[in-house]
Design a protein around this ligand. Structure first.
Ligand code: ADP
Length: 351
């Protein structure tokens, strides 16, 4: 069953020439976590605000739990949509304690019991009487999430919820927020420009660019089999080359040589394609087919991000980004050889 369904939704802000969201269709299964991922200005927040009812679409329809919320004839206001919202800055009321922040606007008979129930869900029992300024960033986020869940919303919408957290807490809260949403049985849409957030928390990722959807898929599909150059370079890093499908339809002929690949979108021999080679698909090997000189190396702890200057078969030069294992004894200026591991190599159709 679908909890959220957008059909051909378009929104242009007054005074703007380009739509913020163009003819966008999106379906979110009940109980799933979906992330709208893309660079700043691509229309993620607008999509979220359209679902919440804070903005009105110029065209298209929006349904929640099978009921139309917005189309040419119908308009359901935000407070009647059954939507819980978590804002980037959490938007807690500074003069209300945790209990009253969480119970804000919830007037049902079971208020006490329900607030205590969600406090337990978000691991905040015992903090009832604290005020927001007496809480850490992670605790404030738990309060915001608990408040969004109190009314048992059909969907929870979260706008960049991790952007105010420092790196360690962010990693922890990704796991924790996912657990809380799954335990609450909610359907959730996140907005994020951070691919790590998206890969870690989502059942499905929707990659957006300039108001359009570029690709929808599981985190693995998006990372391993990007549909186009934008997705390949926005979600993770990649080396992109032009090529032609080989006769075996399992390899691509490029100026770097014949590159084996596992996932080819069933493209036929001879077709012009692009190929995306992730830095982790290049492994140092003295018998490897690719030779180049290291011209930059940045140590990151788990590996070294190295740029390798390679001369292609057509005489042109190219910088390949690779991850070199920290145990390898190499430095800038060294000549090295690499082999290509086929599992992170993706073939991309020409646009
Ligand atoms: P994102 O969330 O991906 O950063 P937004 O949905 O906020 O993108 O914005 C999409 C486009 O719409 C951008 O070009 C932005 O400048 C424009 N935009 C967003 N909000 C408004 C607004 N209230 N008025 C006019 N233009 C807006």
């Amino acid at each position: 069953m679908l909890d959220i369904e957008l059909k051909a939704v378009t929104k242009t802000y007054p005074g703007c020439n380009e739509p913020a969201v163009k003819n966008l269709s999106l379906a979110v299964e009940k109980g799933s976590i979906v992330t709208l991922l893309g660079p700043s200005g691509c229309g993620k927040s607008t999509t979220l605000r359209l679902i919440a009812g804070f903005e009105r679409a110029d065209a298209g329809s929006i349904a929640l739990a099978g009921t139309i919320m917005s189309n040419g004839n119908t308009w359901i206001p935000p407070e009647k949509r059954g939507v819980g919202m978590v804002f980037q800055d959490y938007a807690l009321f500074p003069h209300l304690n945790v209990f009253n922040n969480i119970g804000f606007g919830y007037k049902a008979k079971d208020r006490n019991a329900r607030v205590m129930e969600v406090m337990e869900l978000v691991n905040l029992k015992g903090y009832e009487n604290r005020y927001p300024n007496e809480l850490s960033g992670g605790q404030q986020q738990r309060v915001a999430l608990a408040r969004a869940l109190t009314r048992r919303p059909v969907v929870v919408l979260l706008d960049e919820p991790f952007s105010n957290l420092d790196a360690d807490l962010r990693v922890h809260m990704r796991v924790e927020v996912k657990r809380i949403i799954k335990e609450a049985g909610a359907t959730a849409v996140f907005v994020s420009h951070d691919q790590k957030d998206a890969l870690a928390i989502s059942d499905r990722i929707v990659v957006m660019h300039e108001g359009d959807i570029q690709q929808t898929g599981t985190p693995k599909e998006i990372y391993q089999y990007p549909d186009n150059k934008f997705v390949a370079t926005f979600v993770g890093q990649s080396n992109i080359l032009e090529g032609k499908m080989g006769k075996d339809e399992q390899s691509v002929i490029t100026a770097l040589g014949v590159i084996p690949c596992n996932h080819t979108h069933s493209l036929k021999a001879g077709e012009e394609v692009y190929i995306s080679i992730r830095p982790d698909s290049l492994e140092m090997d003295e018998d490897g087919q690719i030779e180049g000189r290291i011209n930059e190396s940045i140590y990151t702890g788990e590996s070294s991000d190295a740029m390798v200057d390679v001369t292609l078969e057509n005489g042109r030069k190219m910088n390949l980004l690779t991850h070199i294992h920290p145990e390898e004894d190499v430095k800038v200026g060294d000549m090295v050889r690499f082999k290509v591991l086929p599992h992170f190599v993706a073939v991309i159709r020409h646009d």
